[in-house]
Every structure is written in C-alpha cells, then in structure tokens.
Design a protein around this ligand. Structure first.
Ligand SMILES: NC(=O)c1ccc[n+]([C@@H]2O[C@H](COP(=O)([O-])OP(=O)(O)OC[C@H]3O[C@@H](n4cnc5c(N)ncnc54)[C@H](O)[C@@H]3O)[C@@H](O)[C@H]2O)c1
Length: 277
C-alpha cells in the first residue's frame, strides 16, 4: 500500500516504549522522520536510535505533555530544526486502578491532565505549523474504555478517554477546512512488556476466550491503524475512530458463546435425526 508518508515529519508523544514506540517505528518504516517525545529521555533516546537504524531521521525530546510551555518549546524546536510537523500522534497516557469512592480528586486530575490536557496542549501547538504546511494528520489514542468500560477500576481513565473522542470530533470539524484530518484509534488490551509484568498468570489467556478473534492486540496492531489514518489512503476520513479490539465490543455480555454454539449444533443434529426417521 502506497501511504504517501515518505519524508513527512511525525511527532509521537509517549513513544519511549509500548504502543507509542511501535507507532514511531511503523511511521519510520513508511518513510517518515519521527520526533520521539517522552518524559523518560533514556527510553526516548532508545526509540530514536531504532528509528535511525531504519534509515530515517529522529530526535528525542523530553517534554511533559501536561505542560503547555514544554509542549510549545518542543514544537518550536522541531519547526526550527526540521521545518514543521505534518503528523501528530497523541499517545502519551497513564492508567489508574482506584474505585471512585476511594479516589482523591488529585488522582482524577492526574489522569485527566495527561490524557485530555496533553492531547489539547499538543494538538493546539501543531495547528499553526500544519496550517502553514497546507494540511496534516492528528491521531489520538483513545481506548475501548472510552466507549465501554475497562476491566480495571478506572472511571477517571474511562471518562478521560471518552473526552478524547469528543475532542477528536470537534477538532476535526474545526480543522477540516485546513485539510487537517483528526481521528482516533481505540485499542482494547494490548500486550506490552508492562502489561505482561503486571498481569496475574493465566489472566491474558483467559481474556482471549472473550474476544471473537481469540487473540490479544500487539502494539503493532495499533500502529497499523495509525499508519492507515496518517496515510493518503485515509484522505476523506476525519472525526471518527477505529476500534482495534478483535471484536470485543460486539459482545452483549453474559453469553457463553461456545456453550451456545454447542447447544445449537446438538439441537440441529437431533432435528435432522428425527427427520431421517
Ligand atoms: N496497553 C493497553 O492495553 C492499552 C489499551 C487501550 C489504550 N491504551 C493507550 O495507549 C497509549 C499507550 O499506552 P501503553 O500501553 O503503550 O503505555 P506505556 O505506559 O507502556 O507507555 C506510555 C508512555 O507515555 C509516557 N508518558 C506518560 N506520561 C507522559 C507525559 N505526561 N508526557 C510525556 N510522556 C508521558 C510514558 O513515559 C511511557 O513511555 C495510552 O494512551 C494508553 O491509554 C493502551
């Protein structure tokens, strides 16, 4: 697939590791030069080195997306050194595990500041350069938690991810006339080293049984959807989101699908047998 990403300048937040890193490498593999942003500079440097190994330019920038000043300075640096930004992926995120009745307001704010505030700060900072360059692509990493629920207690996370989708729609409406597409990708549980480290043994295998495609996401599955939305193949797509979830949002809940199928097959067999008689 010709993506038209050759020579584009991409900025991926939180790309020192995990899904963001996979997105950065996938964009580089399509020919983009990639700015690696993270609060962890050592991780960012590591991803930048891997991008360079693919043969594209890369710079690692330590900036906290919750800081409007640091984000502005980051975009100014990229514009000074490379001329501007064509693609922004708002990926930086933090998780939460507290029930609402145990949650301090500061914990509510911490998650909102990174996920919603960070997405706002970075999007706002690139609008000027994208307009000057005649267009651009913004992809926000949402979550299935933003349209359904999460298996971890995290109402602040679910609400923040839902807010990201509202922001995506409205920003797409505002920026459409400037040929700036704004979309989101909603991952379901994605196997990152971090997830493997915190999951009790057997939990991920059990989770697979609830997913129609019977598999869990790899970070590369999310990256493929992002590459598509950043490509010219998605020229007329804006203000929407793609679920990368193996079909898990199709579930109505409480259905033991395998047992249901077995019952239906048995009933059909019995009917055929009685017709034969
Ligand atoms: N892994 C999953 O199952 C899953 C599912 C749905 C959505 N997501 C979303 O995907 C995105 C990436 O998740 P991940 O699993 O790779 O997480 P991760 O924790 O492995 O990576 C997140 C990265 O963001 C960086 N970061 C955190 N706060 C930051 C800040 N204020 N400024 C700059 N960088 C910051 C971290 O240092 C880290 O490198 C997040 O938005 C997350 O909510 C993940």
């Amino acid at each position: 697939m010709e993506t038209g990403l050759q020579g584009k300048i991409a900025l991926v937040t939180g790309s020192g590791r995990g899904i963001g890193k996979a997105i950065a490498l996938a964009l580089a593999a399509e020919g983009a030069d990639v700015v690696i942003n993270d609060v962890n500079l050592a991780d960012a440097e590591g991803t930048a080195q891997e991008v360079r190994a693919i043969g594209r330019r890369s710079m690692a920038i330590r900036a906290d997306v919750t800081s409007e000043t640091q984000v502005k300075e980051m975009v100014e640096q990229v514009t000074r050194e490379w001329g501007g930004v064509d693609i922004l992926v708002n990926n930086a995120g933090v998780a939460s595990v507290l029930m609402v009745e145990d949650m301090e307001k500061a914990e509510w704010d911490r998650v909102f500041d990174v996920i919603v505030g960070g997405t706002f700060n970075c999007s706002k900072a690139v609008i000027g350069t994208m307009k000057k360059r005649g267009g651009g692509k913004i992809v926000n990493i949402g979550s299935i938690a933003g349209i359904r629920t999460t298996q971890f207690a995290a109402a602040n996370y679910a609400a923040a991810k839902a807010a990201v989708l509202g922001f995506t729609r409205q920003l797409a409406y505002e920026l459409g006339p400037y040929k700036i597409n704004v979309n989101a990708v909603n991952p379901f549980t994605t196997v990152t080293p971090l997830l493997l480290a915190i999951s009790p043994p057997g939990m991920l295998e059990k989770l697979k049984d609830r997913i129609p495609l019977r598999d869990l996401n790899k970070p590369e599955d999310i990256a493929d959807a992002v590459v598509f939305l950043c490509s010219e193949r998605a020229r007329m797509i804006t203000g929407t989101s793609i679920n990368v979830d193996g079909g898990v949002t199709l579930e109505v809940g409480g259905v033991d699908w395998d047992a249901y199928v077995a019952r239906r097959k048995q009933a059909l067999k019995e009917r055929t047998r009685s017709q034969d008689r």
